[in-house]
Design a protein around this ligand. Structure first.
Ligand code: SOE
Length: 379
């Protein structure tokens, strides 16, 4: 039986628009059992020429320049929100009201208040929803989850995560507008906390449960930048760097650090988890490997082992190539769409939902509040 079409209306066409479009295009080739097939029905962006170029490149059937028009269309089943963070709430509320499924780029919103409204809207409308925290579905990270859930690490004492970049060091870089909205507090809501630490927090909650309290520091190294929308030099409102200590509800201790000022690092996302019996480490730059240390090994051979996560019995890998041949960043998005489509058939929810992502938003807000007050803050 051929798969039923699931018509996608994509809002935005930046880097994430490409990652999601690629996932929709590939998913049924590698997950042929799925009963629904995403169809790239329409892409929406204010700049018609660029939207048309994007549509042609990726095979979208049509173009809209007003997201409200897109949401009105009866031939659209699911809205994918890939536009800046300050648009997420309004689009999600309108899309939920029209009964559309919603796949929203991370972070869910700029703050908890917006996120709460979004959760309320999708729950009230009863529409399937998901947030693109893609790193959960890197096979090595999913394997880490399996090992933890099997109890192999035992009691977890420590969680350590960093996400380091260096692309905003130049004081000449403006803020605001296309591509640079991540530096604009109004558009983004926060800096590295919502953009990068949110990934680390989502993974951490998924692997080790909820966080209880945090104490944080943030810094804005470049205080003023030219604003692309006004042409004037304006105050920079985002956090360029953020580090925080945290306590998980299960008693483990954590450190999280993120910056866009770590010269030499482009996207170094790593985490390490130390348990009573075993430890694991993961590094985005080597994303197909999971480092594992098991204290129960015979001391003659005990040591950190590097698991090349390519065997077909490991998460998602039977979908791809033969053992030994690895996959990359884009595959995590394919896996996320596959799980979302499967959830529509089984009714088994594919996380992170808006509600799950709201918890991450709450941690981000507690972190930013703590950095302002200098106090330990409950999540
Ligand atoms: C920022 O540079 C960014 O593109 C984030 O917005 C993404 O979420 C992250 O995965 C990579 O870095």
């Amino acid at each position: 039986m051929s798969a039923q079409p699931l018509n996608i209306g994509m809002i935005g066409y930046g880097f994430m628009g490409k990652a999601h479009s690629n996932a929709y295009a590939k998913v049924n080739h590698f997950f042929p059992e799925l009963k629904q097939k995403p169809v790239l029905k329409a892409v929406c962006a204010r700049n018609r020429d660029r939207a048309e170029t994007f549509a042609e490149t990726w095979g979208y059937e049509s173009v809209e320049t007003d997201w409200r028009q897109l949401i009105e269309r009866s031939d659209i089943d699911a809205i994918d929100i890939c536009s800046p963070n300050n648009t997420h709430r309004e689009i999600a509320l309108a899309a939920a009201e029209k009964g559309k499924m919603i796949l929203c780029e991370k972070p869910l919103a700029r703050n908890v208040a917006e996120g709460e409204e979004m959760v309320h809207a999708v729950e009230e409308a009863g529409v399937p929803n998901m947030v693109w925290y893609n790193y959960r579905r890197v096979p090595a990270v999913t394997l880490a989850k399996q090992l933890i859930d099997e109890g192999r690490l035992g009691k977890i004492f420590h969680y350590r995560a960093v996400f380091l970049q260096d692309w905003t060091i130049s004081a000449d870089l403006p803020q605001g507008g296309e591509a640079l909205w991540r530096l604009d507090i109004d558009a983004a809501g926060s800096g590295v906390t919502g953009d990068l630490l949110a990934h680390c927090i989502d993974t951490a909650i998924w692997l080790n449960g909820s966080l209880d309290s945090v104490t944080a520091m943030t810094e804005t190294f470049i205080k003023e930048r030219k604003h692309n929308l006004t042409g004037k030099v304006e105050k920079v409102g985002i956090d360029d760097a953020c580090a925080f200590l945290a306590r998980f509800r299960n008693g483990s201790l954590a450190t999280f650090e993120s910056t866009r000022y770590a010269r030499g690092h482009k996207a170094l996302y790593t985490f390490e988890i130390n348990g009573e019996h075993a430890s694991i480490k993961w590094d985005l730059h080597d994303l197909h490997r999971l480092e594992y240390f098991d204290h129960s090994d015979d001391s003659a051979v005990r040591g950190w082992r590097s698991i090349h996560v390519t065997d077909s019995d490991l998460p998602y890998m039977k979908r791809w190539w033969v053992p030994g041949l690895q996959i990359g960043y884009e595959h995590s998005f394919v896996h996320q769409v596959a799980d979302f489509l499967a959830s529509l058939e089984t009714g088994e929810v594919a996380g992170p939902t808006f509600k799950d992502a709201l918890e991450t938003q709450m941690v981000c807000e507690a972190v930013l509040n703590s950095a302002t007050t200098g106090q330990w803050t409950k999540v």
